[in-house]
Design a protein around this ligand. Structure first.
Ligand code: F6P
Length: 326
């Protein structure tokens, strides 16, 4: 492998608060180490269709506090094909890029793994997703901000739930993971979290109704993780209508509200540390790894492990929601 002189940076998949802080850290750490930096637009799309620009330290000024991503992002279908990746490689070489930093979630890092294997390119990934659903890391960039957004929204919904004595089903994102729902429930004092990880073990809705709402509570807030197989909050509301018609249930879907906003201090710090480490990793000769964080320490996680998410939901946290909502 030749010496790395120039790196490309891109954001891909769903945007997440803190991506800009990560771009800033990658760019400035690279420049500090005398590397050239190329900003690639719209994720892999910019590689395939040659939308790139040389970055200076100034290109990333005044962005640490901004949500979204200045590089823009996309889910690029062309990059999933061999032909698309061949175009991407040709453009990358023509631009003189020796290595890539890819900031994104599951799909983006899977793309990075395939590209790196096919063309023997050094790539380092950063976990950028609100879902917190990547393997080998305790947290992903954007998760903390999304959690705080959820808490702020639920605090407001509680006023109406209490005043009208209603059951509110608040649907949150998470892809197929329940972290946002579970920890959002703990942080907002919700009565329950309905998460995909528990789906096959227990009828979570029936349990909630019998456990608390039927007996003592006049109002309740339930955080429901999006889930195509149950229909999410809408699906559960339909079930309530049919099985427990005595309850006046309402649905709020927080949707893309959760992806926006200025990143929290925790996300800015995480993104800055991880972004700087991505360059250190490349200079150390690391490749095909994602920067993760375990017990406060930055770690290198092979792409294959990062994208192989096995549920690490802590059952104790599920119990905590129940205990604290008696
Ligand atoms: O991965 C982030 C995420 O927000 C998921 O939580 C959600 O399932 C998905 O992206 C939504 O994607 P889109 O913005 O393409 O609708």
């Amino acid at each position: 492998m030749g010496q790395i002189k120039s790196i490309g940076v891109l954001t891909s998949g769903g945007d997440a608060p803190g991506m800009n802080a990560a771009i800033r850290a990658v760019t400035r750490t690279a420049i500090y180490n005398n590397l050239n930096v190329v900003g690639i637009k719209r994720g892999y799309y910019g590689l395939v269709y040659n939308e790139m620009e040389a970055f200076s330290s100034k290109s990333v000024s005044n962005i640490i506090q901004q949500g979204g991503t200045i590089l823009k992002t996309a889910r690029c279908k062309e990059f999933a094909t061999k032909e698309g990746r061949a175009m991407a490689y040709a453009n990358m070489k023509a631009m003189g890029i020796d290595a890539l930093v890819v900031i994104g979630g599951d799909g983006s890092l899977t793309g990075a793994r395939i590209f790196a294997e096919e063309y023997d390119i050094p790539i380092v990934g950063l976990p950028g997703t609100i879902d917190n659903d990547l393997g080998g890391t305790d947290e992903t960039i954007g998760y903390d901000t999304a959690l705080n957004t959820i808490v702020e929204a639920v605090d407001k919904i509680r006023d109406t739930a209490t005043s009208h004595e209603r059951l509110f089903l608040v649907e949150v994102m998470g892809h197929m993971a329940g972290y946002l729902a579970l920890n959002g429930a703990i942080a907002s004092g919700a009565e329950a979290a309905i998460i995909p990880e528990m789906e096959t073990e227990i009828d979570q809705l029936g349990d909630l109704i019998n456990r608390g709402f039927r007996k003592s509570k006049n109002s309740a807030i339930v955080l429901v993780a999006e889930n195509p197989s149950t229909g999410g909050a809408m699906g559960l509301a339909q079930r309530i209508k049919e099985e427990f018609p005595e309850y006046d249930a309402r649905v709020t879907i927080l949707g893309h509200l959760q992806r926006g906003g200025s990143p929290t201090a925790a996300d800015r710090i995480l993104a800055s540390r991880m972004g700087a480490q991505a360059i250190t990793a490349l200079l150390e000769g690391q490749r095909n790894v994602m920067i993760g964080i375990k017990n406060g320490e930055l770690v290198y996680v092979p792409f294959s492990k990062a994208t192989h998410h096995s549920s690490t939901i802590d059952r104790h946290d599920v119990e905590i929601v129940k205990i604290l909502s008696i």
